[in-house]
Write a protein that binds this ligand. Structure first.
Ligand SMILES: NC(=O)c1ccc[n+]([C@@H]2O[C@H](COP(=O)([O-])OP(=O)(O)OC[C@H]3O[C@@H](n4cnc5c(N)ncnc54)[C@H](OP(=O)(O)O)[C@@H]3O)[C@@H](O)[C@H]2O)c1
Length: 434
């Protein structure tokens, strides 16, 4: 019988990018090689080369045995490198370099949610076709092992829904607005100054970063072909601190909640929206830079993960874990193949509850007419609270609307907007009913 070749004692790793994440990955590979060798069954993942934009930049690392290049393709093509770690970010040249590595049969480990959300299924088919590997634990939730949970731990389950706070930047901003009453602009500037938000935080604030992560999770959870265009996405840019204060007084915290839900086999709804979360809900206490993911499934029922969802060290945890797994499971492509076509459910058909803030006329009948109009339009009212005027003479009315289809809610809001006693529908948010 032919003998198995002995496992190689070293495996060459090349890294594309040495920034916030890459630096911590390199530090771990270099300083903890002993631990990683033991975890990888006796084979050492050795960092052989890194690609950066600026080779003259001082790096806070001892890179004496590592080739540093500004030519990323040369790192990918290096025959001594079997594992390519893409931590440069952006879509190009990152996507092209990942393609190049996979076509050469190499294993790719990436933290790049933009690339995986846009191109994941195509890339994992390429990986399978070339007996390569594609690992992306770090693309969702930093060090939270969300991808392994979905891909490995719950293999025997049918997952029915995902609820997540998956964007640390917006969570830092919303926590600050609620706890300290600052404006969104001030909270964003502070988050940027303290390194919790990038200079260009558009994708975070507008909800697209959360949507990319929701799509990646949902593909794995439901085995459906999904893109960010399938998600109903509303960011936090329109939020006023006054509503964070009022919802707080009513026992809620506004969070950017990413929600995916499957109905039947192939019908799914994906949404990312600022949502008033009640104190009784597990996402209520997830504050600051923390992330949390709640999964509902038929066997395990409710599974939750929580912790630091971004930052160099937390994200490096996921990247290094993928590197070790890739060494141990060399040549095996971890992804499921052939996802089914999804039926995207119409957002308007979904049941929601709401929080609505109105500026109304200072008349006796205004409150009654508003509540009557909601009842006439089929929207239940769980509570209505009067508030004094701010920024002008109009008194305010907060309404907690009960569960009804979104289309019914939207039509009722249009009706309210047209009432003579309503000066303005100042805010309308989704709300999770306690
Ligand atoms: N930071 C986080 O908390 C976090 C969390 C989860 C996932 N991620 C993902 O991880 C990835 C990396 O994020 P990061 O925060 O570490 O980024 P970063 O700090 O901006 O670092 C990017 C690195 O890539 C290098 N680079 C950029 N373009 C290059 C090119 N064309 N050729 C060669 N090198 C190039 C840069 O070189 P220079 O050093 O010379 O500029 C830098 O070292 C992104 O996909 C991000 O979405 C980040």
């Amino acid at each position: 019988m032919a003998q198995q070749p002995p496992a190689p004692q070293q495996i060459g790793v090349g890294m594309l990018g040495l920034g916030t994440v890459g630096t911590e990955v390199a530090r771990r590979l270099i300083s903890e090689w002993h631990l990683l060798t033991a975890r990888a069954g006796g084979t050492t993942p050795v960092l052989r080369a890194v690609a950066v934009r600026d080779t003259s930049k001082q790096r806070d690392l001892d890179l004496k045995n590592v080739r540093v290049s500004d030519n990323a393709a040369s790192v990918v093509d290096d025959p001594d490198i079997a594992i390519v770690v893409e931590v440069m970010g952006g879509t190009e040249p990152a996507t092209g370099l990942i393609d190049r590595a996979l076509a050469a049969g190499k294993t790719v480990v990436t933290a790049n949610k933009a690339v995986i959300a846009a191109e994941g299924p195509r890339l994992w088919e390429a990986a399978a076709a070339h007996h390569a590997g594609l690992w992306f634990e770090a693309a969702v939730g930093g060090g939270l092992p969300v991808v392994s949970l979905l891909r490995d731990s719950l293999r025997g389950d049918r997952i029915s829904s995902i609820d997540a706070i998956i964007n640390g930047t917006t969570n830092v901003i919303l926590t600050r607005m609620r706890e300290e009453g600052v404006t969104l602009a001030a909270a964003l500037a502070d988050a940027q100054a303290r390194g919790f938000a990038e200079a260009d935080a558009g994708a975070d604030v507008d909800g697209w970063d959360a949507a990319q992560k929701l799509v990646i999770m949902s593909r794995l959870a439901f085995n459906l072909a999904l893109t960010v265009d399938d998600a109903d996405v509303v960011g936090i840019g329109g939020l006023d601190r006054i509503d964070l204060g009022y919802t707080g007084q009513l026992g809620y915290a506004v969070k950017l909640v990413a929600h995916a839900e499957r109905r039947g086999r192939d019908a799914v709804q994906l949404r990312v929206r600022p949502t008033a979360v009640p104190a009784s809900h597990p996402l209520f206490g997830v504050n600051g830079a923390n992330n949390a993911v709640l999964l509902a499934s038929d066997l395990a029922q409710t599974v939750s993960l929580g912790g630091v969802g971004a930052g160099g060290e937390s994200t490096a945890s996921a990247v290094v874990s993928d590197i070790v797994n890739a060494v141990v499971r060399r040549g095996s492509q971890p992804e499921p193949t052939a996802a089914r076509t999804a039926l995207i459910l119409d957002t308007e058909e979904y049941d929601v509850a709401g929080y609505v803030r109105l500026r109304i006329t200072d008349t006796e009948e205004a409150r009654e007419l508003v509540l009557q109009a909601l009842a006439d339009r089929g929207v239940p009212v769980d509570d209505a609270v009067d508030k004094p005027p701010v920024d002008g003479p109009a008194p305010q009315l907060l309404v907690l609307t009960g569960i009804a289809p979104r289309a019914v809610h939207d039509r009722a809001l249009e009706t309210l907007d047209s009432l003579a006693v309503v000066r303005e529908v100042a805010c309308a948010l989704d709300r999770i009913s306690p």
